[in-house]
Each structure stands twice: as structure tokens, then as C-alpha cells.
Design a protein around this ligand. Structure first.
Ligand code: TPP
Ligand code: MG
Length: 519
């Protein structure tokens, strides 16, 4: 068996059975080996940022890594922005980066580059396999490292000769370390703080935004009066009717300050102490109020939900969680102008049970949390690292990980364009993804930020860098050209009819919602 075959068999045996791929010459033996190992599903992505974002979406939903197959340093570089988002999401993910054959490297051929340096910026584990006899054991170690709580990116660098040389055999999966339990003293200390009568905020992050964490946290909030919040961009937030609701910490620092105002104690459960997204002249970077003490109940790598459960048993014995009520907005109608608000109402009215929402709606998404709070239970995946171009790839991977669950990609126009070729993979794989493009023909948020950073008011030259017009983007044509059936809506009535139809039919659809920008 050659190295590539042993590698793929090892991955499949370790539960890594999907590989989002954009291969090149140095990965040809890996590609050829896919026919020998049918347990591995290769999914072609037309840009590496789609492959890495898809592996992120897959890992968030499956709780185990997908592989992303990338071509040397340049392929990895194209994938780095969404690996950055995956790192922030703490997604288990295995990047397999092909490289030149070992003896070829010293010739400094055109694609030669420092792959270790590039991988190091996002990875918890990096290994260059030296021999085909080692590659399977290396892969097993990489998978275990990616799975180690809190989860992260492992990068396996695979020289072409390691792939093609014989003498390899598969390796067994390695055991994965469980999340560390939080010491009893820490749980007791936080419980005393919560029961002190002083104003407390409990900030959830990481695994704490899953149902078990939310239910325990809700009990604590009910019993002690603590305010409940979660991080601004959770990797995976379970929400909807029957699940306790939690507000996300606001993106805008001035709103976040309002949410945290008056807190004497900030208790972190899988979240980090909140900071402003950007610096603004004369404003603080830390969002922790001046006289507020920070307590860590659980680090992201700890057993966050276990700690919250034990905390609830101490601070809230006998108290039940407070679930969200089932409640949907009325289906908007009529032929007025479509707005972010009416799109949100339609999504809230129609969101199917078990849906997975990949949310990169940006400014147009302001009304989405409110409109969907009482919809049937669903998962909400957000832009964890702030690097736009994540939404369509994450939807891809979430759909591959969760057959039978409808996926809704709520996508701003500017962000969509970074990784639009994900649509082709939606069509190629027949994925049940409905993409809604919020087309406000603008980098709207940057119009807002221009004022907030105290820059000069926008002149024509500045506006020229913030408006997505001249020419207008035609998302119906773009989607159709990649095999995704598409339509355009400019009124609430049109949008509702199109969304109903898209959700009713299996397979990918795209709706271009023409809306005004806010702000
Ligand atoms: C990789 C990356 N490049 C650039 C940016 C800076 N950026 C933040 S928001 C934004 C424009 C967003 O426009 P759009 O997606 O249309 O959302 P809107 O603001 O219109 O709601 C840009 C370019 C970023 N966050 N990430
Ligand atoms: Mg926009």
C-alpha cells in the first residue's frame, strides 16, 4: 500500500470520512487513492477558502473533523481566512497540505514556500510526514490533536513522495482526551458570587451555547437573577421554541457596554472576557465595566456544560430552565419595498424545524434574532473570526454533515462574493441549501464604521470603495451559471412565495433579496 492509501484508510477509520478538496499535481496520489477507499467522500471545491470554510461548517455540526485537501503553500494561503474563522470557532479540522517530493524541495521550484510558517498561524498541531511508513500514524495523531478539547486545526504536510511510496499501512485511531472537569472549588466559588445578591452577568461561549449549557445557565439565571449573555459570534448556538433564549453580546461596543452596565461580577463559562472588535479613538478596548470583577467558571477546553450543570445544582436546586415560547411573526405580504425587517419576518415565519442557519447577513440581519427566537428548534452558525466570506462555505459543510436537515444561508452581498463558487458545490453535491442574498449593493457596515472611527465624511472617492454598484451584481445570473436555481424578490409578497418554494423543494436554491441598506 502506498502512503496516500494508508493515510486515507487511517482517516476513514478515525471518523474523518469527508475531504473538501482542491487538489494539484503534488496531491495526485491522494486523489487516485480515493477510488481504493470508498469510505472517504471527496467533495470538490473550486476555491480553497470554500474547502476550508466547508470543513469548518462540517466540524461545527458533526463534532468531528472533515479534511481539507490543499495544494502546497499557495493553496493553504487561499484557505487561510476561513481557517482563521475555524480557529476562532475551535472547530476540529484536519488540513492536508500536499508538498513537493522531499528530494525536489532543494531545487526551489516555483510553488516552493514555507508551509510550516503559514500553517503555524492557525494550527494547534503541524506535522510534516517524513516517510510513507510514518504517514498513517502521523494522521491518527493529527486527528486526535484536532479533537482534543476545545478543538482546533491540525495540519498534515504531505510530500508527494510520501504519498506515492509503498511500504505504508493504516494506523488505528488514537483515544481523544475528554474535556477536563472544573474543580469543585471553582464551581462553589462562582455559586457563592451568584448568590451574593450583587449584580452578575453569566457569559456563555464555546460548548456553553449548546442546549445543555443553555438549560443549566437558564436555571442559574432564574434562581439568582443573573443576566445571561453569550459571546457575539458563537460557533454554534442552539435556539428556538423549547430552548432557553440567550442574547448575544452586541457587536457594537456602545451596545455591548449597555448590556454589561452595572454588572459587579462577570462569570465566564467557555467564553473569553469581552473586548471591542476594533479600537476607536478615545474608547476602551476591554468591554469589562470598570468596577466589575471577572470570574472564570470554565475555560473553553474545560467541561463547560458539566460545570454549568453542577453550578445550577448548587445555585438553583429545584429551579427549572425557562424555555422560549413557540411564536412566529406573521408572514409579511404585499408589494411594498422589501426590507431587512420583512425578510427576517418571512424567515421567522417559515424556518423549518431542525434548520441550520449559516448567518452572514451582516447589517441586514439586525432583525433576524428577534424574528426567529420562537421558531422551531434550530442551530445558528455565526462569523466567529470576523473574516467575511464564511457563510456559503460553512453552509456547504453543515449540509454535508447533516443530511436530512434543511440549511439556510443568510448572506450579505459583499460577503457572498468572496467565496461565491461554493454555490457550484451546492449544485454538484445536490445539497439542500437555500441561500438568501441580502443585496443592499453596498459594504454597508463600512459606511457606518467610517463615521464611528471619526474619519472624514465620505467623499466620492471614499464612497467608490464602499458601494457595490456600477455594475450592479446580478446574483440570479451568477447562481444560474453555477447550476443553482435562482430568483429575485423586491417585495415581501415575492420573497415569501419564493422562500416557501425554495424550502419545499429539495436541493439548492438562491433568492436575491433587493433591499435598501441601513445606516
Ligand atoms: C476577509 C475580510 N476582508 C475584509 C473585511 C472588512 N469588511 C468587513 S465588513 C465588509 C463589507 C461587508 O459588506 P456586506 O457583506 O455586503 O455586508 P453589509 O455591510 O452590506 O451588511 C468588509 C469588506 C473583513 N471583515 N474580512
Ligand atoms: Mg452589503
Amino acid at each position: 500500500m502506498n502512503g496516500a492509501q494508508a493515510l486515507i484508510r487511517t482517516l476513514a477509520g478515525s471518523g474523518v470520512d469527508v475531504c473538501f478538496s482542491n487538489p494539484g499535481t503534488s496531491e495526485m496520489h491522494f486523489v487516485a487513492a480515493l477510488d481504493a477507499v470508498p469510505e472517504m467522500r471527496g467533495v470538490l471545491c473550486l476555491f480553497e477558502g470554500v474547502a476550508t470554510g466547508a470543513a469548518d461548517g462540517y466540524g461545527r455540526m458533526a463534532g468531528r473533523p472533515a479534511a481539507a485537501l490543499l495544494h502546497l503553500g499557495p493553496g493553504l494561503s487561499n484557505g487561510l481566512a476561513n481557517l482563521h474563522n475555524a480557529r476562532r470557532a475551535r472547530t476540529p479540522l484536519l488540513a492536508v497540505v500536499g508538498d513537493h517530493a522531499t528530494h525536489h524541495k532543494r531545487f526551489d521550484a516555483p510553488l516552493e514556500s514555507d508551509i510550516e510558517a503559514l500553517a503555524g498561524t492557525v494550527s494547534v498541531w503541524v506535522r510534516r510526514s517524513a516517510r510513507s511508513a510514518d504517514v498513517a500514524a502521523d494522521a491518527a495523531e493529527g486527528v486526535a490533536a484536532a479533537m482534543r478539547p476545545p478543538g482546533g486545526i491540525s495540519t498534515l504536510i504531505l510530500p508527494a513522495d510520501v504519498s506515492w511510496s509503498e511500504g505504508a499501512e493504516p494506523a488505528r485511531p488514537l483515544p481523544v482526551r475528554a474535556a477536563a472537569p472544573v474543580p469543585e472549588g471553582a464551581v462553589q466559588s462562582v455559586s457563592r458570587t451568584l448568590c451574593s445578591g450583587e449584580p452578575c452577568v453569566l457569559l456563555l461561549g464555546g460548548p456553553g451555547t449548546r442546549r445543555a449549557g443553555l438549560e443549566a445557565a437558564s436555571r442559574v439565571a432564574e434562581a439568582t437573577g443573573a443576566r445571561l449573555l453569550c459571546e457575539t459570534f458563537p460557533a454554534r448556538l442552539e435556539r428556538g421554541a423549547g430552548i432557553p433564549a440567550v442574547d448575544r453580546l452586541a457587536y457594537l461596543a456602545e451596545f455591548a457596554a449597555g448590556q454589561l452596565a452595572g454588572a459587579r461580577h462577570l462569570i465566564l463559562a467557555g467564553a473569553r472576557a469581552p473586548v471591542s472588535f476594533f479600537a476607536y479613538p478615545g474608547k476602551a478596548s476591554s468591554l469589562v465595566p470598570a468596577d466589575c470583577e471577572v470570574h472564570v467558571l470554565a475555560e473553553p477546553a474545560d467541561d463547560v456544560c458539566g460545570a454549568l450543570g453542577r453550578l445550577a445544582d448548587l445555585a438553583a436546586p429545584g429551579t427549572k430552565p425557562l424555555p422560549s415560547e413557540a411564536e412566529r411573526p406573521a408572514l409579511p405580504s404585499g408589494d411594498g419595498n422589501l426590507t431587512g425587517e420583512s425578510v427576517a419576518a418571512a424567515v421567522g415565519a417559515l424556518l423549518p424545524e431542525g434548520a441550520i442557519v449559516s448567518d452572514e447577513a451582516n447589517t441586514s440581519g439586525l432583525w433576524l434574532p428577534g424574528a426567529t427566537a420562537g421558531a422551531p428548534p434550530h442551530d445558528w452558525l455565526t462569523l466567529t473570526g470576523g473574516s467575511i466570506g464564511q457563510g456559503l462555505p460553512v453552509a456547504t459543510g453543515a449540509a454535508v454533515a447533516s443530511p436530512g436537515r434543511p440549511v439556510l444561508a443568510l448572506e450579505a452581498d459583499g460577503s457572498a462574493m468572496y467565496t461565491l463558487s461554493a454555490l457550484w458545490t451546492h449544485a454538484r453535491e445536490g445539497l439542500d441549501i437555500t441561500t438568501v442574498i441580502f443585496n443592499n449593493r453596498s459594504y454597508a457596515i463600512l459606511n457606518m464604521e467610517l463615521n464611528r472611527v471619526g474619519a472624514e465624511p465620505a467623499g466620492d472617492a471614499a464612497r467608490n470603495l464602499l458601494e457595490l454598484s456600477r455594475p450592479d451584481l446580478d446574483f440570479v445570473a451568477l447562481a444560474s451559471g453555477m447550476g443553482v436555481p435562482a430568483s429575485r424578490a423586491s417585495t415581501p409578497g415575492e420573497f415569501c412565495a419564493q422562500l416557501q418554494q425554495a424550502l419545499a423543494e429539495p436541493g439548492p436554491h438562491l433568492i436575491e433579496a433587493l433591499i435598501e441598506r441601513i445606516g
